[in-house]
Design a protein around this ligand. Structure first.
Ligand code: FAD
Length: 265
C-alpha cells in the first residue's frame, strides 16, 4: 500500500474531489452489495440519480455521465436491473465516450488522519448539503422529473437512499428516526437546507468523543465562530444560533462558487 501524502486544504471551502470520490464509492462499492435492484430499491436509486443528475454542480463530464445514466434508467422498461449492468455503464461505456468519474478515491476536506476515518460518510453529508442548497438556489432544476414542487424532494431521496443502501445500518436507523420525528414540518426549500444542518449538528453532538471520531477532526457544532461569527449569538448568557445568518452562510458555503476543483484529476 502506498502511503498517502497529506493534502493541504481550506476548511472554508468545499472540495469537488470529495463529492466525486463519494459518487465513485457509492456507484462502485456501496451499490455492489446489491446484486439486482428492483421494487422500492430501484425507485430509490432512480430518484437518487435524478436528484444528482439535475442538481449536482459538478464538472461537465461528471454531469453528462449522470444524465446518461438517468436517461438509461428512465428508458429501460425493466422491473429489475442487475448491478453489473449499472457498473458496466458507469465504468466502460462512459470511458469510451470520454465521460469520466474519477478513477481513484481522493479525500481532501474529508481526508482522515487514518484511512478508516472520515472519507465516504463525510462526502455523503457534503453531497447532500450541496444538493439541498442547489435545490433552494435553483428551484426549477427538478422540473419534469416527477420530483418538482416538493420542497422535501432532496431530503426524502436522501432518507430513502440512506435507509436502503448506506452501509452503516445503525446510521440509517438513527437518521430514519430523526426524519420520522420532524421531516414533515419542512415546508420550503430553505427550511430543507436548515433541517439538514440542524440534524447534522445533532449527529455531531451525539458522536462527539465516540471511537469513530477522528482526533484531528473533533465533532463540533458547525459552523464554528471562526467560519461564521455572525451565526453565533448570546441571549441571557446562553448560546443561540442566528438561523437567518446560518442559512445565508450555508447557501454561500455549499454554492458552486465555493467548491474548489483542487486535486480533481
Ligand atoms: P462529518 O460529520 O462527516 O461532516 C463532514 C463535513 O460537513 C464537516 O467537515 C464540515 O465541513 C461539514 N459539517 C459539519 N457539520 C455540519 C452541519 N451541521 N451542517 C452542514 N455542514 C456540516 N456515524 C456514527 O458513528 N453513528 C451514526 O449514527 C451516524 N449517522 C450518520 C448518518 C448519516 C446520514 C451520515 C451521512 C453519516 C452518519 N454517521 C454516523 C457518520 C458521521 O456522521 C460522520 O460522517 C463521520 O464520523 C465522519 O465525520 P467527519 O469528521 O468527517 O465530519
Amino acid at each position: 500500500d502506498s502511503v498517502e501524502v497529506w493534502k493541504e486544504f481550506d476548511k472554508s471551502k468545499v472540495y469537488m474531489a470529495d463529492m466525486e470520490s463519494g459518487l465513485h464509492y457509492l456507484f462502485r462499492v456501496e451499490l455492489a452489495s446489491h446484486q439486482t435492484l428492483e421494487g422500492e430499491e430501484l425507485k430509490t436509486f432512480k430518484d437518487f440519480v435524478t436528484v444528482v443528475a439535475k442538481l449536482f454542480p459538478g464538472r461537465q463530464s461528471v454531469v453528462k455521465l449522470l444524465e446518461t445514466l438517468l436517461e438509461w434508467l428512465v428508458s429501460l422498461p425493466l422491473e429489475r436491473i442487475p448491478y453489473d449492468a449499472i457498473l458496466d455503464l458507469v465504468n466502460n461505456k462512459m470511458r469510451i465516450s470520454g465521460m469520466f468519474l474519477s478513477e481513484k478515491l481522493q479525500w481532501v476536506g474529508c481526508q482522515g488522519s487514518r484511512p478508516e476515518l472520515r472519507g465516504y460518510p463525510c462526502s455523503l453529508w457534503t453531497l447532500f448539503h450541496t444538493l439541498t442548497v442547489q435545490a433552494s438556489l435553483r428551484p426549477d432544476a427538478l422540473a419534469n422529473t416527477g420530483l418538482e414542487e416538493d420542497p422535501l424532494a432532496v431530503l426524502q431521496t436522501m432518507r430513502r437512499y440512506i435507509r436502503s443502501f448506506f452501509g452503516c445500518r445503525e446510521c440509517g436507523q438513527h437518521f430514519e428516526a430523526m426524519a420520522k420525528e420532524s421531516l414533515e414540518q419542512v415546508k420550503s426549500l430553505d427550511e430543507a437546507v436548515l433541517w439538514l444542518w440542524r440534524k447534522h449538528n445533532q449527529v455531531n453532538s451525539r458522536l462527539a468523543g465516540a471511537l469513530s471520531e477522528d482526533p484531528h477532526f473533533p465533532k463540533t457544532q458547525w459552523p464554528t465562530p471562526d467560519l461564521c461569527p455572525a451565526c453565533h449569538e448570546e441571549q441571557e448568557g446562553l448560546h443561540v444560533w442566528n438561523e437567518n445568518k446560518v442559512l445565508a452562510f450555508l447557501k454561500q458555503h455549499y454554492s458552486s462558487g465555493n467548491i474548489s476543483p483542487k486535486y480533481t484529476s
